[in-house]
Design a protein around this ligand. Structure first.
Ligand code: FES
Ligand SMILES: [Fe+2]
Length: 396
């Protein structure tokens, strides 16, 4: 879920309602195996994918393995403190290297479980036990296959593309500026949920792009943000100076300080926020295809999504806080987890219902109503990226 909202938006992200009903993406794109493979190749293997938090791969030798559309990617922290990413594939005869999803590499080596070739943390081949020497064998030609990696906001992003790679900072567009004072890179996860959802990944993106569904689907969220009961949160739209374009009766529940079930806050706002940012209780952002942020003055609910088939995704939900908040013995995790745990589950359930319904014979495509303008923007991006992957990513 999400709204189209909020204050201090850079002008480039001003949005307007659609002036007409627009056709949605073809229904077959949400279930067809061949089309899904095309999307994986173009959109998921041709763009930046958020994979994990940096602090999951904190010390030299730490590693994470992530699956991105059938590709197994190994992320390590090198001895020099750099993050490196490689295909999790041995250059001898192609075995998977790390068989666990996370851990620490003993002795700073990646050792293949098959014939025990080993690689250092920069991917150089270091040893080939029991290999009979031949003049033609050049270890330097058998390094691990590298994958582009970069970071922002405390997230590790990888890019599987083989051609020129759009810089991550460019792909992120206005997102870093918008959250500069939130210092997302300093936050740590206090709670994680991993959920398999039986829905096409695009349905999950579209769900995040609109709040027209909030009144029937999210009663708890609407209690803390009463404006969501009104026309898909259109009232939260701001002009370039931050003034509401159409003032809703009440944006947030009276006295609310953050988005929790009752709107109360139990940890201080992020240290770097100004007064206006402290009063902006909700800032959503999405970098398609897989990073979603629900940003509040004192915590963040992030979603990373990974497709597991044309009709299924795995979503990793994190609740991120400043370390000082977690250090407080009175820290009340449940107080902060409850709202989005409920809301995220409601969204996932609706996406699963939509996935089932979208397979109906004769259902060619849905439609986007005026308030679903961000769904339309997302659909445009999908269409463009399928035609021309070089067009790159842009935030929603
Ligand atoms: S496949 Fe890795 S050492 Fe043989
Ligand atoms: Fe929602």
């Amino acid at each position: 879920m999400s709204a189209a909202s909020s204050s201090s938006l850079p002008p480039a992200v001003r949005r307007e309602p659609l002036s007409r009903v627009e056709p949605g993406l073809p229904a077959a794109w949400y279930r067809d195996e061949a089309h899904h493979r095309r999307e994986v190749e173009r959109l998921w293997h041709g763009g930046w994918i958020a994979t994990a938090r940096c602090d999951e791969v904190a010390a030299p030798g730490d590693y994470r393995v992530v699956e991105i559309g059938g590709q197994s990617i190994l992320i390590v922290r090198s001895d020099a403190g750099r993050w490196r990413a490689f295909h999790n594939t041995c250059r001898h005869r192609g075995s998977i290297l790390c068989t666990e999803s996370a851990g620490r590499l003993r002795g700073g080596r990646v050792v293949c479980p098959y014939h025990a070739w080993s690689y250092d943390l920069d991917g150089h081949l270091q040893s080939t036990p029991r290999r009979m020497p031949t003049a033609d064998f050049d270890p330097a030609a058998f390094g691990l296959l590298p994958v582009a990696i970069d970071t922002w906001g405390g997230f590790l992003f990888v890019h599987l593309g083989s051609g020129p790679v759009q810089p991550l900072a460019e792909a992120l567009g206005w997102i870093p500026e918008r959250f500069a004072n939130h210092r997302l890179d300093t936050l740590v996860s206090a709670h994680r949920l991993v959920v398999d959802v039986q829905a096409n990944w695009k349905l999950v993106c579209e769900n995040f792009c609109e709040c027209l569904h909030c009144p029937p689907v999210h009663p708890e969220l609407c209690r803390v943000v009463p404006a969501y009961r009104e026309g898909g949160a259109w009232g939260l739209q701001r002009d370039a100076s931050g003034r509401p374009v159409a003032e809703p009766s009440t944006e947030y529940r009276e006295g609310a300080r953050t988005l929790t079930l009752d709107g109360t806050a139990r940890v201080p706002p992020f240290a770097g926020l100004d007064a206006g940012q402290q009063a902006t209780l909700y800032l959503p952002a999405m970098l398609p295809p897989n990073l979603f942020l629900n940003v509040h003055p004192d915590y963040v609910n992030s979603h990373l999504m990974f497709p597991t088939g044309p009709g299924s995704v795995r979503i990793v939900y994190d609740w991120l806080f400043e370390p000082r908040a977690l250090a407080d013995p009175a820290f009340d995790l449940e107080h902060y987890v409850a709202l989005w745990r409920t809301t995220n589950a409601q969204d996932a359930r609706n996406c699963e219902w939509q996935q089932r319904g979208i397979g109906a014979r004769g259902f060619d495509h849905g439609v986007y109503l005026p308030q679903e303008f961000d769904c339309h923007r997302f659909a445009d991006w999908v269409r463009e990226a399928l035609e021309d992957p070089v067009a790159g990513q842009r935030p929603i």
